[in-house]
Design a protein around this ligand. Sequence first.
Ligand code: ZN
Length: 369
Amino acid sequence: MSIGYVWNTLYGWMDTGTGSMMGASVGARLQPITHHLAHPDTKRRFHELVCASGQLEHLRSIQAIKATAEDINRVHVPEHLQNMQRISALPAGGDAGDGVTMLGNGGLEIALLSAGGAIELTRKVVQGEVSSGYALVNPPGHHAPRQGALGFCVFNNTSVAAAYAREVLGLKRVAIVDWDVHHGNGTQDIWWQDPSVLTISLHQHLCYPANLGYTTERGEGDGHGYNLNVPLPPGGGNAAYRYAMEKVVVPALHAYQPELIIVGSGFDASIMDPLARMMVTAAGFRNLARTIIDCAKDVCEGRIVFVQEGGYSPHYLPFCGLAVIEELTQVRTVADPFNDFLTTMGGDELLTAEREAVDSAAKLVRDIR
Ligand code: ZN
């Protein structure tokens, strides 16, 4: 069966303003720059590599449809959408609430298409029109909690898709595995008391947001045990992520037996990313993708949906992303041109601190049923 792929031209039009991360300010001597750290060119370059590599011939393009208010309000408070409508209508848009998440004029349409792209791919996978797929959406979503926008994220796209799968498509159990290098705090917040969505976050410990992402954050009430954090020490590379996948993610998915796996696919754990300090290469992401695709075949008939999260290296993200797409299509097209340079830097050896961090998270898997 075919592999679905979502991209919309407007994802590349997300206006991140003239700041570098926070807004440019003459008073604070923060110079304007044309390339915000979350500038959409990074994601657009990934899409263009998908096109230029020839992978599109092996993918089935799926049209994103704007998420509705009902879709958004399943996981966010109604005031959040109202605030985004107001900011999007301003002549130059503005700050979506935390000082770094910019929503340009009309940007609401892009954010709704991003959440809606995740929904459309999920719908087609669950209904069997495609076997699995990649939603290369923008803006990302995993930092956005129930209350609002955060950390470049406007709506929590993976959660919007999971809620749609639960409430509209009738699934009982969905797993969200988030390998973006930052903690999936928004996803954790949304499903905190709900065991019907297992949330797993692999992240660099205390990278962002502050003081979140500890293994002790496990959910509450009925949801206790169904939020799993795997905080990794800075500097972890392919070996640390592979070990975390084998020791925590795969056993947790086997224990939980979801009907659908949604991957929050960020590439900011890459060795060339400016916003974190991990050392994963395209080969490392390829291995993660292979492992979780195979796991999906074992537990949920291969139903797996990758939804783009962060990633801020315009140079390297396209090759990391392409490696994941190649594992979906099982067709190799372009070799990572940085590989020889990057593999000499380390990251393929599991260090003691990494092993200990993963082993302590692995102890929590036994509570998943
Ligand atoms: Zn991130």
